[in-house]
Design a protein around this ligand. Structure first.
Ligand code: BES
Ligand code: MN
Ligand code: MN
Length: 442
């Protein structure tokens, strides 16, 4: 829709490169915070800025009515690799009904769809119930600011229902209600050998090489069969119920072919005894994300590095405990290290796996709102990703959770050419409008 005010607002927000992972973008992250906070302030919300980019904003124009919370994050992933973008990541570009930009679907488009519904309600005499926004700028780095803010201030943030829109439809035309998110334990594994970098011609064959040692360690953490080898890793894994798995098997999506086409991978990997969807939703896993140290340039340098670093994460499922797994991983890595190399394992972030009730007035309202806005009832699904603050929203606020998303499976979140369907954006706005009406008694 040319000139649509909701789209224009989204494009403005997409132009702000609010990359939380990179310190050089700190001022931009703050600019995105101020942009969002300013907009809520302009709508008549009482806005409080908390530490670490937290925005807590409330409109309590319906004394005695219930409070609907809306969650989102305005920070985005780094845009690299830049040369794979068809148009620049922070210049939103519309093609074939999609807007392309970093953060389009994760999470600016989804956040803006929710905000837009509130804006439209404000222009029509105000929503039928009270609204609380809880928004953060550190989601993509597992930051603890909003989780801590929610825990510390729970008693002055009464919230009956909260809508967390930061995921996607399992398939086009198929909205979902999320019943569980995986947790995450992200660690830096460091290996240290000689006291300084050495010439490999002079010392190769005798000097312990921490990069070789790190490579041994990393390759031992997960077998070729997809099993993580950390002792005790699977001890607390609770299998999904037969009913759950049966429900998933009925969803005609995420078969091997679909996953191969979305990922561009010729074959899938992982535990062969579980279906692909079970592997993503209900099984834990481990991935290496990067290695640093030694020579990273184009040509060659014959160095034995003094240190090497591996970035590794584990996706966790109920009832795995990140702290227990960290303790076991530390012992295991120390055992795997080769002589002369010292290792350390430092956590970068922790998030517990979390499950949500789907039998509440909030989820009943969400089902109706999805049917009205998207013409389809949501299916019950899990998600493989993590949204850390959902733990606190559920535990500390005690709010009824609606966890879902307006993205599509091929939106390429975290990848080059991330995009959001503008149709999903507008229907997402309608969903939020209907949700407010239904929960407000309409
Ligand atoms: N929106 C995603 C999480 C997500 C992905 C939910 C797919 C549902 C389906 C979120 O922005 C994200 O990327 N989270 C990080 C959290 C981490 C850095 C603590 C993740 O899952 O890697
Ligand atoms: Mn997100
Ligand atoms: Mn993300």
């Amino acid at each position: 829709m040319v000139g649509d005010a909701g789209e224009e607002a989204l494009f403005e927000l997409l132009r702000i490169p609010s990359v939380s992972a990179l310190p050089e973008y700190a001022a931009e992250v703050q600019r995105a915070r101020d942009w969002v906070a300013g907009r809520l302030d302009g709508l008549g919300f009482t806005v409080e800025l908390g530490p670490g980019g937290v925005i807590s904003a409330e409109w309590m124009g319906r004394p005695g009515a219930r409070v609907l919370g809306l969650y989102g994050h305005y920070d985005v992933q780094p845009p690299d690799p830049l040369d794979e973008w068809e148009t620049p990541p922070f210049e939103p570009s519309v093609r074939d009904g999609y807007v392309y930009a970093r953060g389009a679907t994760d999470n600016k488009g989804q956040l803006m769809a929710c905000m837009r519904a509130v804006e439209l309600a404000m222009a029509n005499g105000g929503p039928p119930l009270n609204i609380r926004f809880l928004i953060e700028g550190e989601e993509e780095i597992g930051g603890r600011s909003l989780p801590e803010f929610v825990r510390a201030n729970a008693d002055r943030l009464p919230t009956d229902h909260i809508c967390v829109i930061d995921g996607y439809f399992p398939a086009r035309g198929m909205p979902s209600l999320v019943t569980a998110l995986r947790g995450l334990l992200y660690v830096d594994i460091e290996a240290r050998g000689p006291s300084h970098d050495l010439h490999s011609g002079i010392f190769g064959g005798v000097a312990p090489n921490p990069f070789n040692s790190l490579a041994h360690i990393l390759s031992e953490l997960k077998g070729r069969d997809g099993r993580v080898t950390i002792p005790g890793f699977y001890d607390r894994v609770r299998a999904p119920t037969a009913e759950e798995v049966e429900g998933w098997n009925k969803l005609a999506f995420s078969d091997e072919g679909e996953l191969r086409s979305v990922t561009g991978a010729r074959v899938l990997e992982g535990e062969a005894e579980f279906s692909p969807i079970e592997r993503i939703w209900a099984r834990p896993t481990l991935d290496v994300h990067g290695v640093q140290g030694g020579f990273q340039g184009e040509g060659q340098k014959t160095v034995i590095p003094a240190r090497a670093l591996g970035k590794v994460s584990m996706r966790l499922v109920p009832d795995q405990d990140p702290e227990e797994i960290l303790a076991s991983l530390r012992r295991y890595v120390a055992d795997l290290a080769t002589p002369g190399v010292e290792t350390s394992v430092e956590p970068v972030s922790y998030t517990k796996p979390v499950e949500f009730g789907t039998d509440t007035p909030a989820t009943a309202a969400a089902k109706r709102a999805f049917a009205d806005a998207f013409g389809a009832e949501p299916v019950l699904a899990r998600e493989g990703g993590s949204v850390p603050v959902t733990v606190e929203l559920q535990e500390a606020l005690g709010a009824q959770m609606i966890v879902s998303g307006f993205g599509l499976p091929d939106d390429r979140l975290h990848s080059p050419n991330e995009r959001m369907s503008l149709d999903q954006f507008h229907r997402g706005t309608q969903f939020t409008s209907r949700l407010m009406e239904i929960l407000g008694g309409g």
